[in-house]
Unconditional design. Structure first.
Lengths: 150, 150
């Protein structure tokens, strides 16, 4: 797998992170532990809800994207974590059995002024089911730039 | 447990969601599945990282807050899910064994103009370790207002 360097994160570059299959049992187990609202854990309650069916917790959806991002980008990059971001959105519910396409787009990349060994990459995370956007987030990733050890 | 209605979400109201203990094994298992970066899964790599020790995935931290929010607020409210939010931040790393205090503050509450049965509550989520903020998010929750079934 080609290594990625900070300079490879050029604004506008899109990384296709492949597809993610939403597993029913894992989705429900996650919800039982972290987000046990009726529409995430109870089939009948979910049918009567705004979602119209058992829907994934938004944090499960975000976590699925994260795994695709680690596998597709971070595992071959000098990733140093993230301080956070400015947007997180779940514009449509995610259901068990969904196949979601994960992507990451570089919006901006700059070296930290105070620490040239640290690169800050502002990026947009997305998950689509066919043409429908089901998850979007904009946040900042920190990367080593190679200018000294961070 | 007292039921909460949409009208109980008044701007400025703070809900103390109690404390959450960060379990080492669960934290690492979560990272192995969703965010297997070295500083989340490998003690030695983590010590050499910016975090200085094995740190929780930010999505695990967010999920811990979510569970406290469900237990403390959503389980006794007409929650209808969330479309997303405008901020997510991990200003300091979270470590195994940490005891974190969870809270939710109402920033704004309004009825949807087009759907008076739907209430939108803008809120700030926080997790603190003693006085140190380790997680913050601002997002919108949807709630039934009681004006007809949503």
């Amino acid at each position: 797998m080609t290594q990625l360097h900070f300079d490879d994160f050029t604004p506008g570059r899109v990384f296709d992170l492949g597809t993610v299959l939403v597993d029913h049992d894992e989705m429900v187990a996650f919800a039982h532990r972290f987000d046990p609202q009726p529409f995430h854990v109870d089939e009948d309650a979910a049918k009567a809800s705004l979602f119209g069916g058992l829907a994934a917790s938004g944090w499960f959806t975000a976590s699925l994207w994260m795994r695709a991002y680690v596998d597709g980008v971070l595992a071959r990059s000098p990733s140093l974590g993230s301080p956070g971001g400015e947007e997180i959105a779940w514009p449509a519910p995610v259901f068990a059995g969904d196949e979601l396409r994960a992507a990451m787009e570089v919006l901006e990349a700059r070296r930290s002024r105070s620490r040239p060994d640290l690169g800050l990459v502002r990026l947009r995370a997305t998950l689509h089911r066919d043409d429908e956007l089901v998850f979007r987030s904009v946040f900042t990733g920190m990367f080593g730039t190679g200018n000294g050890a961070p």
